[in-house]
Design a protein around this ligand. Structure first.
Ligand SMILES: [Zn+2]
Length: 417
């Protein structure tokens, strides 16, 4: 069957994608669009202008989640949500998140045009969305906007999140004019997200479409190592309570466990804060952000407990205390089976091979599916992510866009969805 995205819409998608990649562009070909930054504001402005130009209702809520409601003939008060995020890591790629938002804008137009051309009605509207602070680069935790949307985080708590300089999300959104008071006037019944894979499963298999059946379990821990400040020169070694040395031991303990287990877990220690962070003062408090991930919940839980015990034991001889500042558990969740089958059928109808896979990274649709069925579609990456050189070929973007449009078509028109 022919793809729903015609030549004109496809060209419009690529123009829009190029225009968005200019906003916050970095010299190495990536983007830096931290939540609430001027670049985030300009990206939001471009999306809003695009939505308005296509005849969608542009709406934004109190935490800056940005919606484009495509009202479809015949639909009542329900909608299928489709989108991703426009914020990025400090040295992020131009595909991560952006692809899913812009593809949703174009796919929604294609669905609306096909309904008009065939004189048909839909059972649900389509709502395109750009979720606030998916990345969690500037404000933690990540998946902020989608978590507020489904009620697992309050708007007040989200707006009070502070970045490393003490600026709150609320103040940052005010600064760029994107703290609004709109609400989506329809009831979402399911959520769809199209995203670059960020790994290399599809690329290695030579398959263009990933049917994501589940997510790896993730544990995100921020541990505070608390020692005592003292002069780095004269203080006798035995008297020091060195929080940075303690952090180093804990970090090595984590990697040691993961390597010794050999069970395929992914783990990291990727952010540090050091107090007082002077070359002449033994660090008195160090915070380290750790992540552990594994497809199986039980293996992850066991590994995390052993890590906490090992870290505590490793730092005890240093006279340094360990406190848990953040302990966030994201369970291993299966995606809605109906959605997986719709994507599988859509890809097959278009003649594209597909492959069942899991997501290792977090995505907004994972937060959303606590309240509604969620569907995640992948297109190939070259295995590099959260990197300015992240890349997906134009033909892979096009295939994903076609599958998304066909998926949304089936979701808004099928009698049983
Ligand atoms: Zn993303």
């Amino acid at each position: 069957m022919a793809a729903m995205i015609g030549e004109e819409l496809r060209a419009a998608f690529h123009r829009l994608f190029s225009a968005m990649a200019e906003i916050g562009a970095t010299p190495a070909g990536g983007v830096c669009r931290l939540t609430g930054s001027p670049e985030d504001g300009r990206a939001r402005d471009l999306l809003a202008a695009t939505l308005t130009a296509t005849g969608a209702e542009a709406i934004a809520d109190t935490v800056g989640n940005q919606f484009g409601l495509f009202r479809l003939p015949g639909a009542g008060d329900t909608a299928v949500l489709c989108g991703s995020h426009l914020d990025s890591q400090p040295t992020g790629g131009r595909f991560d998140g952006t692809y899913g938002v812009l593809a949703a804008v174009v796919a929604a137009q294609a669905v609306r045009a096909r309904l008009a051309a065939e004189g048909r009605t839909a059972r649900h509207h389509l709502a395109v969305v750009n979720w606030t602070n998916e990345e969690g680069a500037r404000f933690q935790p990540s998946l902020t906007g989608s978590s507020v949307f489904i009620g697992s985080l309050t708007a007040d708590a989200a707006l009070a999140l502070a970045d490393g300089d003490g600026v709150t999300l609320g103040a940052a959104l005010d600064e760029i004019g994107w703290r609004r008071d709109g609400t989506l006037p329809v009831r979402p019944i399911r959520a769809v997200e199209l995203h670059v894979e960020q790994g290399s499963v599809l690329e290695t298999a030579g398959v263009p479409i990933g049917l994501v059946t589940g997510a790896w379990a993730t544990r995100k821990l921020c541990l505070a190592f608390v020692g005592e400040p003292s002069h780095t020169g004269p203080t006798p070694m035995a008297r020091r309570q060195d929080a940075l040395r303690a952090a180093a031991r804990a970090i090595e303990a984590l990697y040691g466990i993961v390597e010794a287990d050999g069970k395929g877990a992914h783990a990291s220690a990727a952010r540090l804060t050091i107090s007082p962070n002077s070359p002449n003062v033994v660090a008195s408090e160090v915070r380290v952000w750790f992540e552990l991930r594994h497809p199986q919940q039980a293996i992850l839980d066991d590994m995390a407990e052993r890590f906490l015990a090992a870290a505590t034991a490793a730092v005890a001889p240093l006279g340094v205390a360990v406190e848990t500042a953040i302990d966030e558990r994201r369970p291993s969740l299966p995606f809605d089976a109906v959605g997986v089958e719709i994507v599988r059928a859509a890809a097959a109808a278009l003649g594209h091979a597909s492959l069942e896979t899991m997501t290792v990274a977090g995505h907004d649709v994972l937060a959303l599916q606590r309240k509604m069925p969620g569907t995640l579609i992948f297109v190939p990456s070259e295995g590099l992510s959260h990197n300015e050189r992240e890349f997906t070929k134009a033909e892979d973007l096009d295939r994903g866009l076609d599958v998304l449009a066909e998926t949304l078509w089936r979701m808004v028109t099928a009698a049983n969805v």
